[in-house]
Design a protein around this ligand. Structure first.
Ligand code: FE2
Ligand code: FE2
Length: 315
């Protein structure tokens, strides 16, 4: 992947610095807009994933870039915490029931329902472009957390990731299934769509990366993962049927069909076998678990709203 196009002064300075190996003398306040700041943080995070083909990989640990990344993450975390109403009272009792209830009670607009019955092919393709930023890295943010979990939670996350990473078959990696889905509709499987997604999508990806990279936020990473899995199976079925209705190629339908069954299992693994032993071993992680879950649900709702508004659909 190449560096994306800048969206303001901060991302322009950063793109220039990454390309030329110049030191970065900048700070978050130089951002021209929230999306400028979000794109800058997205680029800095990408240095810790597959990186950019036009950037030296040694720059991942360059102190001035780490400083900027730290400051942008602090801003993001403050924003996420300001939105978060706190863990529900019931969470200190039966965590499993409290978590399922919490996710269940969260209401938000549904892009999947629209795709199921009404979306046009153009809208369906646009959804794939927006989702590509997330799905082409599917499971990668959680994999950074593996070594930081207590024993039982670690074993369960490894089991879940084994599925996400194709159960030993490279062609079955979920990110690869999504890349094939993109290819089948003539889209670029390498994720060139960062340039067109709104700041909500960038922020969604930045949050899940930050949770994955910061050990102190391991509970948030796992709460996010669990909420994601709990809200995936039913929409995945609607999306698969919607794409079928539109007669999109089989790899698109297969990607979502795979998640109907897989995520119905993953939600149980995530809540019962990851969150529960994590919080039992480390009660301080209870609040971050719900911060992560809330952020997942809230950001999904924000992104869906933007997309439905764009399509002129009442949310
Ligand atoms: Fe998956
Ligand atoms: Fe999953």
């Amino acid at each position: 992947m190449h560096l994306p196009s800048p969206r303001g002064s901060l991302s322009a300075i950063l793109v220039d610095a990454l390309r030329t190996a110049r030191p970065v003398r900048t700070e978050p306040s130089l951002a021209s807009s929230p999306e400028d700041a979000a794109l800058a943080l997205w680029m800095l995070h990408e240095l810790s994933y597959a990186g950019f083909s036009d950037v030296d990989e040694a720059r991942e640990w360059q102190p001035d870039l780490l400083r900027l990344r730290h400051d942008l993450e602090s801003e993001l975390e403050d924003r996420l915490r300001a939105r978060f109403p706190g863990a529900p009272e019931s969470a200190s009792g039966d965590l499993v029931t409290a978590f399922f209830d919490y996710v269940e009670s969260h209401e938000g607009p549904s892009v999947a329902s629209h795709v199921h019955t009404d979306a046009t092919e153009e809208q369906a393709i646009e959804l794939l472009r927006w989702r590509s930023v997330y799905h082409l890295k599917e499971a990668d943010p959680s994999s950074f957390v593996l070594a930081r979990l207590p024993r039982a939670a670690r074993a369960a996350l490894a089991e879940l990731l084994y599925d996400e990473y194709g159960a030993g078959r490279p062609e079955r990696l979920h990110s690869q299934l999504f890349a094939e889905a993109l290819r089948s509709v003539g889209l670029d499987p390498d994720g060139r769509y960062v340039d067109e997604v709104p700041s909500e999508v960038l922020e969604m990806n930045n949050a899940v990366s930050m949770f994955g990279f910061q050990r102190r936020l391991r509970g948030a990473a796992m709460g996010h993962l669990a909420a994601f899995e709990c809200t995936s199976s039913v929409p995945a079925r609607r999306l698969a049927q919607g794409f079928q209705r539109l007669e999109l190629p089989q790899p698109v339908i297969d990607y979502y069909t795979e998640h109907v069954v897989a995520d119905a299992v993953h939600e149980q693994v995530a809540v019962r076998h990851i969150l529960l032993p994590l919080v039992e071993a480390d009660p301080d992680q209870l609040e971050p678990v719900f911060l992560g879950a809330f952020t997942c649900l809230d950001q999904e709702a924000r992104t869906s709203r933007v997309l439905l508004e764009r399509w002129d659909v009442a949310a």
